[in-house]
Design a protein around this ligand. Sequence first.
Ligand SMILES: Cc1ncc(COP(=O)(O)O)c(C=O)c1O
Length: 373
Amino acid sequence: MMKIEPFALERYFARYEFTARHLLSCSDCESLPMADVLAMADDATRDLWDHLRLGYTDSQGHPLLREAIAAIYDDIRPQDILVTVPEEGIFLLMQALLNPGDHVVCTFPGYQSLYAVAQSIGCSVSYWTADESHGWRFAIDRLESILQNSTRLVVTNFPHNPTGYLPPREDFEALVDLLRQRNIPLLADEMYRFLEQNAEDRLPAACDLYDQAVSLFGLSKTFGLPGLRIGWLATRNQALGTRMGRLKDYTTICSSAPSEILALMALRNRDAIIAQQNARLQKNRAALDRFFRVQAGCITGQSPPAGSLCFPRMQTVADTYTFCEELIQETGIMLAPSRLFAYGDHHVRIGFGREDFPEVLARFGDYLKMRFG
Ligand SMILES: Cc1ncc(COP(=O)(O)O)c(C=O)c1O
């Protein structure tokens, strides 16, 4: 029986996400009403919806859905895609690739399953840590120094949860070159892709750059459709793709039939949805920067170059975990403290993808003023 640590962030969300009055730490963009998604559908997809039978679905993913997903990439075919729940994708890749004793490198701090699943398999995981004093930079020479002969997988997550870091393209290409020279597979968690502040800074998808890379993406964050539970793994490594597909028979077998059709509608309107989410993020980023200027004595941060999250440091509290508990009790505002990322007690994660963000941030600002002056 597999032993795995409880997922600290997800347990915290389970406690508060549906009870807190105001959410200030969600990673997803504002969710779309189902009616809006249906209204976007072209006639052919609407017809699929109207005549949908609720049977089992194609285990690899609906062929039309995989076609729409493949169109996001330069060099990926529909058969190179495995539709999964995003979280499930991390699990399948690691179960397919890793053995006890393997060495794995993972960006840190980060989304817990990106390292905890490997640890549960019995791998030793080295953390590739971000440098806060350089805008949360992940330095390539630091990665190079922790790679070992037995490194079986490197895991990255750019745009990064929780810091919003996005490497310059040269750094990302250097990373891929380094792994290619040593033939080390890469899991690139690209869940926040297309949320770059400047579109020209967007990184290429890892699966397009490198045949030993697996890109993880989905509709939860960028598209604001986490309730569909639709994501995918994309790789040109066919043997690995087949192994992951076989493991899916032991997790979900296949995706939800209605979700697949709604996902197809969303992907066929991907530019419009992404533009709408980015317009909201841009507005919210302006509110966030004003907040950091006004609260400079209390909380240090800046709006990040990509994604919907940032990870500022609180100067005036000794322990952000206790602070967040007090905050939620006194104001109903939910923030995520850095202890949930095993990253000490000085930071909090702020999520700025939601429509009510400026209003909730203003409430948080009022609280800080009341408490710290
Ligand atoms: C970096 C990262 N990867 C994967 C996931 C999993 O996505 P989902 O919750 O839609 O399964 C998340 C969600 O928080 C995430 O932030």
